[in-house]
Design a protein around this ligand. Structure first.
Ligand code: FAD
Length: 530
């Protein structure tokens, strides 16, 4: 019997069809078929599109051929697909090897507005049967799904993710420094969904681990055998009074938002003289080096333009040290001195008045006494406080600090054996970075499959995280370290030296590694060291 997934009233998708199945589809009401699988992809067993077109014509079905390559489905393909949908009679069924490419291109056509958006009726029923549900389609969610499918292609995986766009956040620092195009840091969510995955476009609103279910923001519920929790962290902009309403104006910016990183670069170019403040909130934050990376790249530009002598630069840090791993402080201090940066430790940004270009800081002295002080600025690069998302913080999965509790070595929940977590939301005490996610993916994939197979969880995470510190345009100090600040350099080079090769790695190699390897389950140098 032929099976398909009904996406909405007018559109269904399926895996590879045989010519003899077309009459059954006609009887079920379909009037048009689109083949999205390139000819010969499956060797001799795959019927050619010519044979399928002839069979369709014989029984009165319209047929079209629009071959799609996995990972290369973009706006052009979506537009072409939309044209077919508009030109052909409905209801329509599109197929490829598993149905995933067809679903991706249809959803992409909707998200670009080439086709009207519809409620995806099939999602709930299919998701309820999933083996593994993944919460969040960010770096961790997409990466771990691809990794699992590469190991076991037959797994039925559902990703729950509300956003249409997927972001490569590590390049936002470069955007703010004029060294990367912001549009190259984002792709449509549909285009990064691994082949074979079911995407539910909704947010998880409640975890019910005892029942092995999650509730969604649209009222549906989804069941699972294993759950992977990776919705990232919450940027708590409201934690700084007045900040959100003034971001993007009056010289107030933040590389922590996609739309604001280009504004950082605009401000840097325009500032000729005055005071520039760069703030850092209390830990933990994602990419702990990012607040000062923004500062060094700005200073480097001002220095090269001969303006730095007219600009006072202050680093107002809620913490008491420049960088958490002591080995990297001396090379950073060389740049602090080169750029004549004033370091203000124990200064927490609490309030901003954009039109008055004034910022307030709570300053904690050695006795723990807190005093509020006020500073004028011409440019303010603000980083918001960060915390676990509400939905995790107020769930049975949370630890005392609100993060999704895991064993730091196996990344398995200590209370619910069928739940794993990785990425920024998990409680493991590593640096919250993409680099950490790259290694955690291997740990979660292997341990989750071990659990399914009933064998011990053997893969252990070493706490690896990395922070490419962009100390000047063209040079990076590559801080790579694991639990307890243990240095874990990937290459046999002195890690505390600023290098051009590491800049090249950061700007040209790592983005490619992300899109082409990590999101596709190809694990280059991703195995933890223990
Ligand atoms: P994310 O990639 O943030 O994804 C979380 C996903 O979950 C999102 O798609 C979100 O829509 C979804 N979600 C949220 N809530 C829900 C819900 N309720 N239900 C379902 N889905 C939900 N890392 C480095 O390694 N190197 C760097 O140089 C670096 N620089 C950085 C610079 C900046 C300015 C920033 C902001 C980050 C930087 N990072 C860097 C950190 C890196 O981007 C993150 O650590 C990484 O993206 C974490 O991946 P994640 O999947 O946990 O979270």
């Amino acid at each position: 019997m032929t099976t398909w997934t009904q996406l909405d009233e007018g559109m269904a998708v399926s895996g590879q069809l045989a010519a003899h199945e077309l009459s059954e589809l006609y009887a079920a009401g379909f009037r048009a078929i689109v083949c999205n699988r390139p000819d010969s992809e499956g060797g001799d067993t795959q019927p050619s599109q010519d044979d399928m077109a002839q069979a369709a014509q014989l029984i009165g079905l319209k047929f079209a051929y629009l071959p799609l390559t996995p990972g290369q489905i973009g706006p052009d393909e979506a537009r072409a697909f939309a044209q077919l949908v508009t030109a052909m009679p409905g209801p329509m069924l599109a197929y490829c090897r598993t149905g995933n490419r067809s679903q991706t291109v249809y959803q992409l056509a909707q998200s670009h507005g080439f086709l009207p958006a519809t409620e995806t009726a099939a999602s709930a029923s299919v998701a309820a049967d999933a083996d593994i549900v993944i919460v969040g389609g960010g770096s961790a969610g997409i990466g771990v799904a691809a990794s699992l499918l590469r190991r076991q292609p037959s797994l039925r995986i559902t990703i729950i993710e509300p956003n249409d766009r997927h972001y490569y956040q590590p390049a936002w620092t470069l955007v703010g420094g004029g060294a990367f195009a912001s549009e190259d840091t984002t792709r449509s969510m549909a285009s990064v969904m691994p082949e074979g995955v079911q995407w539910l476009k909704a947010a998880v609103s409640r975890f019910m681990p005892e029942d092995k279910r999650v509730a969604l923001s649209d009222g549906r519920e989804v069941g699972y055998q294993q759950l992977i929790v990776c919705p990232g962290l919450e940027l708590h902009w409201e934690g700084i009074e007045g900040l959100e309403e003034t971001l993007g104006s009056h010289g107030v910016t933040s590389n922590y938002r996609y739309d604001l990183a280009p504004y950082t670069w605009k401000l840097v170019q325009e500032l000729k003289a005055g005071r520039a403040i760069f703030s850092q909130p209390p830990m933990p934050i994602k990419c702990a080096g990012a607040p000062q990376k923004a500062m060094y790249l700005s200073c480097d530009y001002w220095r090269k333009q001969g303006r730095l002598t007219n600009i006072t630069v202050e680093f107002c840090n809620a913490g008491a040290v420049l960088f958490g791993v002591p080995a990297f402080v001396p090379p950073l201090m060389q740049y602090v001195e080169r750029y004549a940066i004033d370091l203000a430790f124990n200064h927490t940004l609490v309030k901003v008045d954009g039109p008055a270009q004034t910022a307030w800081f709570d300053v904690t002295d050695a006795d723990g006494q807190v005093t509020r002080i006020e500073k004028q600025f011409d440019m303010l690069h603000a980083v918001p406080p960060q915390r676990s998302p509400d939905v995790v913080r107020n769930s049975p999965l949370a630890d005392a600090a609100g993060w999704c509790e895991v064993d730091q070595y196996t990344l398995q929940s200590p209370r619910f054996a069928n739940i794993f977590s990785l990425g920024d939301v998990c409680s493991s005490p590593n640096a919250k970075t993409m680099a950490a996610v790259r290694k955690q993916i291997v740990v979660v994939s292997e341990n989750l499959l071990a659990l399914r197979a009933g064998v011990p969880l053997a893969t252990r995470y070493d706490g690896y995280g990395a922070c490419p510190l962009t100390v000047e345009k063209g040079k990076v100090v590559m801080a790579e370290f694991g639990f307890g600040g243990k240095l874990l350099p990937t290459f046999p080079l002195n890690p505390v030296v600023a290098r051009r090769s590491q800049w090249f790695l950061k700007v040209s190699v790592l983005p490619m590694v992300y899109w082409q390897l990590m999101l596709k389950g190809r694990e280059w140098l991703a195995r933890p060291s223990v």
